[in-house]
Ligand binder design. Structure first.
Ligand SMILES: [Zn+2]
Ligand SMILES: [Zn+2]
Length: 384
């Protein structure tokens, strides 16, 4: 079958970029050889989403060790973890216990949790100590078929959620998880970094009751999309802030935000850019007693300027990873299927640009065209 991924050796990682359309063997269910296949299903992808982490793989910024340490001699890795697909075959346990049958339409949680570790047993499977990530540490869904555990799947009603949007429930779930961390009802908030998850968070936070939402980003195109999604104000950060600030907060942005929020700052700041300076600006722009939600990240050390103010002003830092399995998925489905806030429509109209330049035929994958698209749009979808 055709699959999109990497067929490079560890030594070639630094000297290459991109992904390749590969010819690889079809995944099979063989309960005689591997009894765990009983709990698995074969899925035929219909639409898949290209994630920020896939971009990290494409440009070789991230996941090198996770990929190469999990290959077990296999000479390639199939990428992709944002999925809408059709069940074509089930193991016996997947059928008898979970009720899956050919024709069922599903998405999937991308972190395959073990179900045995401390966190899994207390309901924190999103921070499982023994997890695999689909498309990184196990083969993914940029392929004509993918084998996945039934326990990870999420039934999806494509009569109520359009397929292009249903394929990107997994990253939308990051935003839903972030917005569920603290109560947003009646709150003022600022989103630092209006990339894909930042834009999703604007929509979700509004639906959850945030009253004032401010978008902050160095990129004018991102801010324009934030405005179309309904933010109350946008502030453009200087892409090259004055040297003297180092990684310290940007005083202009802090002042502007405070002015809008009773002179004190926002109730909640979302740091979704991974910039050290944005982190310090987000903390400084949050009122005493407020909350800072941390999602953006880059490799290496960060410096927290004015650390003691975090304590003295009682600000709380919360980190968000993945999605709560499956609490986040239920909230997300409710949001997508509700007509009330237009979350689904705005994702399709603005973030997916009504499919123009954002939907690519899997079999016609062409590297340079695709690379241009991922640089232009916050989210790209592959159609099978
Ligand atoms: Zn993703
Ligand atoms: Zn676990």
């Amino acid at each position: 079958m055709k699959a999109l991924g990497l067929d490079i050796k560890r030594e070639e990682w630094e000297s290459t970029t991109g992904m390749t359309l590969l010819d690889v063997p079809e995944p099979k269910l063989d309960e005689g050889r591997d009894p765990l296949d009983g709990g698995r299903v074969i899925i035929r992808p219909l639409y898949t989403g290209f994630c920020g982490s896939d971009k990290g793989i494409w440009f070789r910024h991230a996941f090198k060790d996770m990929i190469f340490n999990s290959l077990n001699g296999q000479p390639y890795r199939i990428c992709g973890h944002e999925l809408l697909g059709e069940v074509v075959e089930t193991g016996q346990y997947a059928r008898d216990h979970y009720g899956y049958k050919p024709g069922d339409i599903v998405s999937t949680e991308s972190h395959i949790f073990c179900g045995r570790c401390h966190q899994c047993r207390i309901g924190d499977a999103h921070v499982c100590s023994d997890h695999l990530i689909i498309g990184i540490s196990t083969d993914g869904c940029f392929a004509e078929h993918v084998k996945l555990p039934a326990k990870e799947l999420w039934r999806t009603d494509t009569d109520r959620i359009r397929p292009e949007v249903a394929a990107i429930q997994e990253p939308l779930g990051n935003a839903v998880h972030a917005c569920s961390t603290v109560d947003l009802r009646g709150k003022t908030m600022a989103v630092f970094g209006c990339g894909t998850i930042g834009l999703f968070s604007i929509l979700v936070a509004r639906a959850m009751g945030a009253t004032t939402i401010i978008g902050v980003d160095p990129n004018g195109h991102n801010l324009e999309m934030a405005e179309r999604l309904g933010v109350d104000a946008v502030y453009r950060v200087d892409p090259e802030p004055p040297r003297r600030l180092g990684v310290g907060p940007d005083p202009e942005i802090v002042n502007e935000i405070k002015k809008r929020c009773f002179g004190e700052g926002v109730d909640v700041a979302f740091e979704m850019s991974g910039s050290n300076q944005a982190l310090n600006t987000a903390i400084a722009a949050t009122r005493a007693g407020g909350d800072i939600i941390l999602f953006g990240l880059s490799a290496g050390d960060y410096t927290l300027t004015g650390f003691q103010d975090i304590i003295l002003y009682g600000k709380s830092l919360h980190s968000v990873i993945g999605r709560k399995v499956f609490q986040t998925w239920y909230i997300m489905s409710n949001l997508l299927m509700s007509r009330e806030h237009g979350v689904q429509e705005k994702i399709y109209d603005v973030i997916l640009n009504r499919g123009e330049g954002t939907v690519f035929q899997f079999r016609e994958f062409e590297r340079s065209r695709f690379e241009k698209a991922i640089a232009t749009h916050p989210k790209i979808v592959l159609k099978y």
